[in-house]
Design a binder for this molecule. Structure first.
Ligand code: ATP
Length: 211
């Protein structure tokens, strides 16, 4: 699947607790681009990702362009964005394939037109099916990553996605992300330096009091 979405941020600021934790971010990302958010704890990486994902208020403009008539931002998010946050959202009471089938049905609503079948997605992240309550933290993170594959969406927002992954898991995630970019996907990820994605644009955020 070839994606062709452009994501533009114009003078975006995000406030938490009455103070700006992200101030005046402007950038345009096109097919194949990857933006790496770096910066110390509390510098606003999660806040910016959540604003782009539609979960947090912001000032400025965030716009998705997909060559169609302008659509509502929330509709654009629902069409184009995968968000992988600190809470992976896996259902520990179900097995891994059931999790992926659920996400495929939910996120692909009304019907997924492409994307990997749950079995193939599980295989792509190096997992075997089983009850998720038996999964380690890293295996749960791999399962959360598989969600990105069962429904194709152009823009992946990844908040410290290598958390709990071993070296092989990081390599696997890098390969999955580079493949996504090769298909025209866009990635915005936060990282503390353990996510060696080549060819990224880096945006270094500062803690508000130090800015
Ligand atoms: N719910 C909240 N209410 C008030 N302030 C908040 C809230 N959530 C986060 N903050 C503040 O916003 C700032 C940015 O937090 P954020 O989680 O975006 O940083 P981060 O760069 O992702 O940090 P980390 O590297 O620790 O994940 C911090 O100073 C934090 O204390």
């Amino acid at each position: 699947m070839e994606h062709s979405v452009t994501l533009s941020l114009d003078n975006v600021s995000v406030a938490r607790g009455g103070a700006d934790v992200v101030a005046g971010v402007s950038i345009t990302l096109s097919a194949g681009d990857a933006l790496m958010l770096t910066g110390p704890n509390g510098s606003g990486k999660t806040s910016l990702l959540r604003a782009i994902a539609g979960f947090a208020r912001f000032d400025g403009m965030i716009a998705f362009a997909d060559g169609r008539d302008a659509r509502d931002r929330q509709e654009a998010i629902a069409t184009h964005v995968h968000y992988l946050g600190h809470e992976s959202g896996v259902n520990r009471r179900a097995d891994a394939l059931a999790n992926l089938s659920f996400w495929r049905a939910l996120l692909g609503n009304p019907a997924p037109t492409a994307g990997l079948a749950p079995e193939a997605a599980l295989n792509a992240v190096g997992l075997e099916n089983g009850p998720v309550w038996k999964f380690s933290a890293g295996q749960q993170q791999r399962l959360a990553i598989a969600r990105l594959l069962v429904v194709p969406r152009a823009v992946w927002l990844l908040d410290e996605p290598v958390t709990a992954l071993d070296a092989a898991g990081r390599d696997m995630l890098v390969a999955i992300c580079q493949n996504h970019r090769a298909q025209g996907g866009i990635i915005i990820s936060s990282s503390h330096g353990l996510f060696p994605l080549a060819g990224v644009i880096t945006l270094s955020l500062q803690r508000a009091e130090a800015a």
